[in-house]
Design a protein around this ligand. Sequence first.
Ligand SMILES: Nc1nc2c(ncn2[C@@H]2O[C@H](COP(=O)(O)OP(=O)(O)O)[C@@H](O)[C@H]2O)c(=O)[nH]1
Ligand SMILES: [Mg+2]
Length: 232
Amino acid sequence: MERMESMEPISALYTTDYPEIHPGGSRRSAGSQLGSPVAPSYNEDMMHKTILVGDSGVGKTSLLVQFDQGKFIPGSFSATVGIGFTNKEVTVDNMKVKLQVCIFTVTHAYYRDAQALLLLYDITSKTSFDNIRAWLTEIHEYAQSDIVIMLLGNKADMAGERAIKRDEGEKLAREYCVPFMETSAKTGVNVELAFILVAKELKHRAVRRPDQLSFQIHQYVEAEEQKTSCCF
Ligand SMILES: Nc1nc2c(ncn2[C@@H]2O[C@H](COP(=O)(O)OP(=O)(O)O)[C@@H](O)[C@H]2O)c(=O)[nH]1
Ligand SMILES: [Mg+2]
């Protein structure tokens, strides 16, 4: 089983409120230019920029904190200003994949640099789900065409207040050909897995020869996801 480990003691960068940090810090190194007929070996120094996107209140900051620290800090975080980010290393097939996970409020300019994107809605909020289409339209307009996208229905622990059935999330994801999982930033269910699968896909794309098929992230989701529909 793969496991994620902390790369550096980043908690020093934050107060418990996770104030957002201004851009201009570390940037990814020249990334995944493909085109060579020979499969390149994976460069473990490569930093993959991954962004969290979705309506306010869906749990982006909570998901980031859960991924970063393995815990849930209840209560509302102050409105996101600028960005919040964490650098984490995930182990995939015995290799280190570095993710820089960021949240932006003003996203347009930052889509361009992103190699992966986790798009969140809140399963208790129909509005946040309905807005996913608008987010996807924006993503397709501004992001790189080969960006790795994953749709997450967050707050899966709140079964009693569910407004969006799991099936509806799956259907929407199928329509846009993106993998889907339900997560809970509160219990941690599927949070680490979502990032591991994204890292796996990023690593695969970085070493893939142009003639090879893309790694099928969907299959891994189906095989490994902890189903949340009946457990809470
Ligand atoms: N029950 C539950 N509450 C959550 C979850 N994720 C976030 N929240 C709560 O939802 C609210 C908004 O979360 P936040 O992370 O600030 O959302 P953001 O605006 O997308 O960054 C806060 O009160 C969180 O404690 C979750 O998975 N389960
Ligand atoms: Mg936030």
